[in-house]
Design a protein around this ligand. Structure first.
Ligand SMILES: [Zn+2]
Length: 268
């Protein structure tokens, strides 16, 4: 069954294939068939065969709650009604975040939650490409005009154990897609924080306080630069705020926090 255009999130993949097709039609076709055998083209959400590696089937697509305007220009929180262009949420005015703005692709529920969990705990690196494509789109001009894209780093000990930082996988793919520098070595996590899952907002804040530093020799990647800081999920904001604080201390001019999902209880 051919997919309707709305369900195709694999525009990039298709164009890469067609470019390859111009150069080496037979080799590309064979490689494509081989790849399909090894990794069957299935829905990234539920695993049903849908003919594409980087698309959701219609029922999974229906559970994605994309964050769309109108939203608070600073906190990226969706408004339940349209207050007019440039309107900020009361929260952003009363308690301005340390970062300049937050953007997320979708609310952390349904298939969006599943995609995040799959990427984090099951090392589904091929998911990162699809998720990064959405993130670049949501970041729009802030990504296109940035001086560098960097992930929220894991502590080296945790990275050794897990061998995979899902945020770095997203930021790497985003940098490639957007043609912007990837700066995975700029931030370092100096304090081994406890797992954030299950902690209260205050405990999370305490957990990540002063947890980040600029890596020695990487100061120029940050000073005076417009940066995009990437994480998989925005929950209380404690982690990205702590990381942003380190970037701002080092002279970052502008920090856009870009996450795939945003955990909010409701619209504002
Ligand atoms: Zn599906």
């Amino acid at each position: 069954m051919p997919l309707q255009p709305a369900f195709r999130s694999d525009g990039l993949f298709a164009s890469a294939r067609s470019t390859a097709g111009l150069i080496l039609p037979h080799a590309a076709a064979i490689a494509g068939r081989l790849a399909d055998l090894i990794y069957p083209p299935v829905c990234a959400g539920c695993g049903i065969r849908n003919g594409s590696h980087r698309a959701l089937c219609p029922s999974c697509w229906a559970t994605m709650r994309f964050v769309e305007r109108p939203y608070c220009e600073v906190l990226g929180l969706p408004f339940s009604h349209d207050p007019g262009p440039g309107f900020l949420s009361a929260q952003a005015i009363a308690d301005p975040p340390v970062f300049d703005r937050l953007r997320s692709v979708a609310l952390y529920e349904g298939v969006a939650r599943q995609l995040v969990q799959s990427l984090k705990y099951r090392d589904r690196t091929e998911l990162a490409a699809m998720m990064a494509l959405w993130m670049v789109r949501v970041g729009g001009g802030h990504v296109a005009a940035c001086d560098g894209i960097l992930p929220v780093p894991l502590h080296p000990a945790r990275f050794l154990k897990r061998r995979f930082n899902q945020s770095a996988e997203l930021s790497r793919q985003m940098a490639e897609l957007a043609g912007r520098p990837h700066l995975p070595g700029a931030l370092v996590r100096r304090k081994r924080t406890a797992q954030q899952v299950g902690l209260s907002a205050r405990a999370r804040l305490e957990n990540v306080r002063a947890a980040f530093n600029i890596a020695e020799g990487h100061e120029d990647e940050v000073f005076g630069k417009r940066l995009v800081l990437v994480d998989d999920v925005f929950t209380t904001g404690a982690t990205v705020s702590s990381a942003t604080r380190a970037l701002k201390r080092a002279g970052a001019a502008d920090v856009t926090v870009l996450t795939f999902a945003m955990a909010v209880s409701t619209t504002i």
